[in-house]
Design a protein around this ligand. Structure first.
Ligand code: G3P
Ligand code: CA
Length: 268
């Protein structure tokens, strides 16, 4: 099973397509998922938020401005927060044209649509709860959707990691469904790792914080599933940095250009 590819210190780190292969296709769209798939990339990272009418969608920023045409379509709705728009309004936006005119017509996916596409491609999912403090109850709601789409069953469990910068959100995910693998985004001090290891299977720092000694300190601690904590680092878009974090011993490399990462690992 390719799930073994994520096991700590077995071979080289896994490449993860950040917001899909977002260096080549508009981030967090189905086109970006497919782009990663066409490059042979198994793992896809994405960000979940909630609309005004309570639907889960995939979007990085907490406003819609940067990655859609919302300002043209709704000029009077500043500051264009995700939580101020209904799903219907958001689905009517163009989420591709800003990136390249070839992608005009690409939509903001619902979480369900995103899950379906990842599953259809037989890919794996690193799902970030983005700014969960803005969306009370989003942990439970996300787990419910993952469950109803079959992502919490035995066959899919090894294909899913839920992560957040918000430690309380990660704790809640672990508390509600302890079988789900979780990640904390950030760089806790080595002496704090034991407390994170009660609820997080991964410690996922910026590449700027990665060193061999830090990765060793993380690997030395066992997580909630009694395995050594893993390290997936972000966001690595060049070969030299990919080699550096690989030498430091990371388990996953999150990248807008995951093909650059695989190229660097192959050449190493
Ligand atoms: O997966 C890690 C990375 O996505 C965290 O930063 O801002 O791109 O969500 P951000
Ligand atoms: Ca993210």
């Amino acid at each position: 099973d390719r799930a073994d590819a994520t096991a700590v210190r077995e071979g080289s780190p896994v490449p993860v397509a950040h917001r899909g292969a977002s260096g080549y296709a508009p981030e967090n769209t189905l086109a970006a998922v497919d782009k990663a798939h066409s490059m042979g990339i198994d793992w896809v990272e994405t960000d979940v938020q909630r609309t005004k009418d309570g639907e889960l969608i995939v979007m990085h920023d907490t406003t819609l401005s940067r990655t859609t045409d919302v300002e043209q379509r709704f000029p009077d709705r500043s500051p264009w927060k995700v939580s101020d728009f209904t799903l219907k309004e958001i689905r009517g936006l163009d989420a591709g044209g800003w990136f390249d005119s070839r992608y005009k017509g690409e939509k903001v996916p619902t979480l369900d649509q995103f899950l379906d596409r990842v599953d259809h491609n037989r890919q794996r999912l690193l799902l970030e709860l983005k700014s969960p403090e803005l969306y009370p109850g989003i942990e439970r709601q996300t787990l419910r959707e993952l469950g109803s789409e079959g992502w919490l069953g035995r066959s899919h469990r090894s294909k899913l990691i839920v992560q957040s910068f918000n430690a309380d959100a990660v704790k809640r995910v672990h508390h509600y469904r302890s079988e789900v693998k979780t990640g904390f985004l950030g760089t806790p001090k080595p002496e704090e790792l034991n407390s994170y290891a009660r609820f997080a299977d991964q410690i996922n720092p910026s590449y700027k914080d990665v060193s061999e000694s830090y990765v060793k300190a993380v690997h030395a601690v066992r997580g909630p599933h009694h395995r050594p904590l893993e390290v997936f680092t972000w966001t690595v878009n060049d070969a030299a940095t990919a080699r550096k974090v690989t030498d430091a011993g990371v388990d996953g490399i999150i990248s807008n250009k995951p093909d650059v990462v695989t190229g660097a690992l192959r050449a190493a």
